[in-house]
Design a protein around this ligand. Structure first.
Ligand code: PAF
Length: 253
């Protein structure tokens, strides 16, 4: 049975209990709208740890676009059922004021990679991500935390933060889970129209099809407004707006 915890006080008591402290804990932070990508992280956590914790918190500080935050899907009851079926031990879902008692006066900043790729287009995004992940890692005190490779830049930044601040949680990455047509699983996909959904699959395809960089840019621009397509760190990264929804993906080169 998944125990749902909303209060930080209650969570602290759980985390301090001998049944929790002495065990290997795996942690999957999410913003909800659980999909198969999340389930693959949970499956790995369950395999490698004794206790698995999932957090659901739609973190306002990482949204640079108020409409994106407002429209972010929040199917909480359905998420609870999925986590229950996935045999998650704890669902931690605090509210904004309890997770940000400082009203976001204290922040974690990174000054290099966070300014590139998505960071060039989403002011303050990674500051919000790193700050909330730091808070969650401090509270959950997991042995391992799992992040999907779809958000590869996020994974690298969180891993770098954990190393820089000597956190004891090991930051693990898991391969991107895709739909049959190649579209990377994302909570935002449910907001795509049928036509946009086809274009999104085509975005994934065109990102991996061999072509030169100008051809690729042209091919992607036929689908939507392209923020970037760049080869870095042994990967090709892309970000595009389709149906007003920002989608990202990356492929290993
Ligand atoms: O990848 C996400 O869903 C979010 O960025 C995360 C890591 C849960 C932080 O809010």
């Amino acid at each position: 049975m998944t125990r749902v915890v909303n209060s930080i006080q209650e969570w602290k008591q759980i985390a301090a209990s001998p049944e929790y402290k002495g065990r290997a804990v795996g942690f999957v932070p999410t913003m909800g709208a659980i999909h198969r990508g999340h389930l693959s992280l949970i499956e790995r956590s369950r395999k490698e740890n004794e206790i698995s914790v999932v957090s659901i918190f739609v973190n306002p500080t990482q949204f640079d676009d108020p409409e994106d935050l407002q429209k972010y899907p929040r199917p909480f009851d359905q998420d609870c059922q999925m986590l229950e079926s996935a045999a998650v031990d704890y669902l931690f879902s605090p509210d904004y004021h309890s997770l940000y008692p400082d009203e976001y006066r204290y922040r974690v900043q990174e000054s290099a990679l966070s300014k590139e790729l998505c960071g060039r287009f989403r002011a303050g995004h990674f500051e919000g991500v790193l700050t909330v992940v730091m808070k969650l890692l401090q509270l959950v005190q997991a042995r391992r935390a799992y992040f999907g490779e779809k958000d590869y830049q996020q994974y690298l930044l969180v891993k770098g933060m954990a190393e820089a601040f000597f956190l004891t949680t090991e930051i693990c990455s898991c391969p991107t889970v895709r739909e049959d047509d190649g579209l990377a699983m994302s909570s935002r996909n449910v907001r795509l129209s049928p036509e946009g959904r086809d274009k999104a699959a085509e975005f994934a395809r065109r990102l991996r099809t061999p072509m030169n960089s100008q051809e690729r840019l042209n091919a992607l621009q036929e689908l939507g407004s392209v923020d970037y397509v760049e080869e870095r760190l042994g990967r090709r990264f892309g970000a595009i707006h389709i149906d007003g929804i920002r989608l990202i993906d990356n492929v290993k080169l």
